[in-house]
Design a protein around this ligand. Structure first.
Ligand SMILES: [Zn+2]
Length: 165
């Protein structure tokens, strides 16, 4: 529990922390560029937990459907034509990924971030990974590989070409 701004009702409340997902970071980065950043701690207050869980579930379902549709469009227009021997079509090569991107963007507009506790169980950072020591146990092996002397590259004289007038 943490004090922050509820993402559902907008009230200052003591609630469950919202996970700091890629999407949240991206939104924050954009807002900072626009000087709109409020840097609130984002929470879901106890009153909104249920509706948040519902909306999160809806978003996940929608996102999954959109991702499948987007992948289907790309496969159908980009990967199938060369295999089936269809004539090369630049428009479909360019438009299909764009259309796929638009479909994905449409579902981003009602993005509902997960709670921090829920995100940690989705394997973003498993405890075993977090427990690994960050220090290098061995000197990096690359140092031995580059110890052999290499002849320095001769600088190419761009002015060596003589221009005839
Ligand atoms: Zn709320």
């Amino acid at each position: 529990m943490a004090l922050g701004k509820c993402i559902m009702c907008g009230n200052e409340a003591d609630g469950g922390l919202v996970a700091n997902t890629q999407a949240i970071r991206a939104i924050r980065a954009i807002k900072q560029k626009l000087n709109m950043a409020q840097n609130n701690t984002l929470v879901v207050c106890p009153n909104c937990i249920e509706i948040h869980a519902k909306k999160r579930k809806n978003f996940e379902n929608k996102w999954a459907k959109h991702a499948i549709a987007a992948a289907g469009i790309v496969v159908f227009f980009v990967f199938v034509p060369p295999v089936s021997g269809a004539p090369f079509n630049l428009a479909s090569l360019v438009l299909a990924p764009m259309l796929a991107g638009v479909i994905l963007l449409l579902s981003v507009t009602d993005y509902v971030p997960p709670l921090a506790s829920a995100a940690s169980t989705q394997g973003q950072a498993t405890p075993s990974q977090a427990a690994q020591p960050p220090a290098y146990p061995m000197p990096p092996p690359a140092s031995g590989a580059i110890s052999g002397k290499e002849p320095p590259r001769a600088a190419k004289h761009s002015s060596s070409r003589k221009k005839k007038r």
